[in-house]
Design a binder for this molecule. Structure first.
Ligand code: ADP
Ligand code: ADP
Ligand code: ZN
Length: 217
């Protein structure tokens, strides 16, 4: 099954991706994680992506499309994948459709996490992530057991540079302008499933359980 998570920054895509991966047993493909790793490693891709990520802007389509399809070609994606944060533009969505079509497959579900802007800002500005393993926490809603220390690996937990308020404003603008049109794009294709993302992590996960149980073959 091929699934995509669609929603603005802070909607809970990464958080719920872990749940979907456990539920469906498909690999998690996060363009944000891929860019952050490349930036840490200072690879050619990382150097190209950094100037955009740092400003809160979308990385150009040709760079983004290249890394996603390279990942999707891997053996573990043979029975499907979960896309988190891709596509984010109509051009990316069209490229994905063409890639899937060529392989005689399609996107089965686009799960839209719907969350109001005031809640998004509260979530993003309180987000903390592990510098070593990328695990995500929240200062108030999902704190680590020991302040500043990752529960999973003992690494250092800190804010993401692009989660600063002024960058968040830019990212939300980018979302409205370039990504929100995908809602209509996928509604027209009858694969859009809208979930109320405002609720607790567990309540959102329960909505996903219901969606995937109902859609099982
Ligand atoms: P995205 O990947 O869409 O940007 P994340 O999954 O990283 O979003 O979540 C953003 C922040 O909000 C994180 O700090 C996360 O711990 C927190 N969070 C995620 N889901 C919820 C929820 N349902 N209720 C409260 N906080 C949440
Ligand atoms: P969030 O969902 O919280 O905004 P991500 O971790 O998904 O954060 O993305 C972080 C950054 O990586 C984005 O602000 C953007 O610069 C870049 N990025 C991620 N996915 C894409 C994409 N599909 N197209 C272009 N840029 C992307
Ligand atoms: Zn960690």
């Amino acid at each position: 099954m091929n699934v995509m998570l669609l929603g603005p920054p802070g909607a809970g895509k990464g958080t719920q991706a872990a749940h979907i991966v456990a539920l469906l047993g498909i690999p998690h493909i996060s363009t944000g994680d891929a860019f952050r790793l490349a930036i840490r490693e200072q690879s050619v891709l990382g150097v190209r992506a950094k100037e955009f990520v740092d400003q809160g802007l979308l990385v150009p389509d040709e760079i983004t499309i290249g890394i996603v399809f390279e990942r999707c070609e891997k053996e573990d994606c043979a029975h499907g994948f979960l896309l988190d944060g891709f596509p984010r533009t109509i051009a990316q969505a069209q490229a994905l459709d063409a890639w899937l079509h060529k392989r005689h497959t399609q996107l089965d579900h686009v799960v839209q996490l719907h969350v109001d802007t005031d809640i998004l800002i509260e979530r993003i500005t309180g987000r903390i992530v592990c510098a070593s393993c990328g695990a995500t926490y929240h200062r108030h809603f999902a704190p680590t057991r020991t302040a500043g220390v990752c529960d999973a690996c003992g690494g250092v937990v800190m804010s993401r540079a692009d989660d600063a308020k002024e960058k968040v404003v830019v990212r939300l603008q980018e979302y409205e302008e370039k990504t929100a049109p995908l809602i209509e794009y996928y509604r027209e294709r009858h694969i859009l499933r809208t979930i109320d993302g405002k609720r607790s992590k567990e309540e959102v996960a329960a909505q996903l359980d219901a969606l995937f149980v109902c859609s099982a073959p």
